[in-house]
Design a protein. Structure first.
Length: 400
């Protein structure tokens, strides 16, 4: 199994500059495996079973599956090292959002967060990880979960359908994958989120399904079910902190954000879509591909850019750009992207109008489509997703 080098590189950068690194990610995303990779990669790293086992000496010490009961002890360890000037760094994987929140709040200024996202198309397609030994306590709550297995050939539709959680991606069948995702979500959504003003009676799954059916839509002021706007805002905040959704803001100020479900496997579990045939015939295919491709491109930029969308009333209707990436270290260089299902579809006129308004350079405008090969010729290049990921990664490297 090859290592997820981009995430490991983030670990290296984090431990150089902070007293503690928190490792966040969805259940079963592979945090434990990555922490093991970190230990094998660095000779100064040691795993500790509990906080009391962290010695008073320099080095990097890993604590996995940490609960809220250990928060005070971890804070004391970090502050002790900071006070003494001890070059001791903790890498901590909290097992819930409350633990993460407590540590971030108490250790502001010396804490960093590294996210372990689901596997993206470029990682899977390149064979970087086709099997994961992701370990974690949530597996005990999911009956019938089968171990992951190797895949012989990359299948874009399968990755798009199942998402990037290793156990889902490598399941024996679409049915098993779907069942696993539904049970994982259930285990995640029944947790206690009253800390964020979400009452136990709040139907989290129903509201998440409501959001999934509006995937890629702006979060407006009306149209809710039997819940209040503030309750929805609190829930979206929690979903964002968990890594389940991404809020995308318009380049224009004082506008409403769009909400996207980040992993399409989770999106399809919420929508009840179990097979690629159902995916291809479903009305959500356009917005789901937008989620799928957008997430991969934003992650390919490796934190070097800001992500927005563009929408503005033009002379002939709405001018819109699906994704605008802003690279501040390159004099706010802008990259404008439109998403299309199918390689034959071209950009809309509103895309050109938006690019002209934002003054996006011609070489930084392209369409990303769901086909397998790039299409060049007259007009804006139409890139397949893997080619687009490489392009964004190249631009991001200039920022490094």
């Amino acid at each position: 199994m090859m290592k997820r080098m981009s995430v490991l590189d983030q670990f290296d950068a984090s431990v150089r500059n902070n007293g503690i690194t928190l490792v966040c990610g969805l259940p079963r995303v592979g945090r434990t495996s990555l922490l093991a990779d970190l230990q094998s990669r660095r000779t100064d790293t040691k795993h500790c079973q509990e906080v009391a086992g962290v010695p008073h000496e320099a080095g990097i010490f890993v604590l996995d599956d940490v609960g809220v009961a250990s928060v005070d002890a971890i804070i004391a360890k970090v502050r002790q090292a900071d006070k003494c000037g001890l070059q001791r760094h903790l890498v901590v994987a909290p097992n819930d959002l409350a633990t993460m929140d407590c540590l971030q709040t108490a250790l502001t200024g010396i804490v960093d967060v590294v996210e372990v996202p689901p596997l993206q198309i470029n990682e899977v397609a390149a064979g970087m990880i086709t099997q994961s030994s992701a370990e974690g306590p949530i597996i005990d709550t999911i009956a019938g979960a089968s171990p992951p297995r190797n895949k012989e050939r990359f299948d874009l539709d399968q990755h798009w359908l199942r998402g990037g959680l290793p156990q889902s991606l490598n399941a024996e069948s679409d049915a098993q994958s779907f069942d696993w995702r539904c049970k994982m979500l259930e285990s995640l959504l029944i947790r206690d989120y009253t800390r964020w003003d979400i009452q136990r009676t709040f139907q989290l799954r129903d509201v998440f399904i409501w959001l999934a059916r509006r995937n890629g839509s702006e979060l407006g002021a009306t149209g809710y079910l039997d819940f209040k706007r503030q309750e929805l805002i609190s829930f979206v905040h929690v979903l964002e902190r968990l890594g389940l959704v991404r809020r995308l803001f318009n380049t224009a100020p004082e506008t409403k954000p769009k909400i996207f479900v980040r992993d399409t496997g989770i999106l399809y579990a919420l929508l009840g879509i179990e097979t690629s045939i159902q995916l291809r015939s479903h009305s959500s295919i356009g917005s789901s591909f937008e989620s799928y491709a957008m997430e991969a491109l934003i992650l390919a930029a490796n934190g070097t850019c800001k992500a927005n969308f563009y929408r503005k009333k033009g002379s002939r209707g709405e001018d819109e750009i699906d994704l605008v990436l802003d690279f501040p270290s390159q004099n706010d260089r802008l990259v404008a992207i439109e998403f299309k299902v199918g390689s034959a579809r071209k950009e809309e006129n509103g895309f050109h109008n938006g690019c002209a308004d934002l003054k996006v350079a011609k070489q930084d405008q392209f369409v990303v489509h769901s086909g397998e090969k790039p299409v060049f010729g007259t007009g804006v290049p139409r890139l397949d997703l893997k080619t687009a990921i490489k392009r964004i990664a190249e631009i991001a490297r200039v920022s490094s």
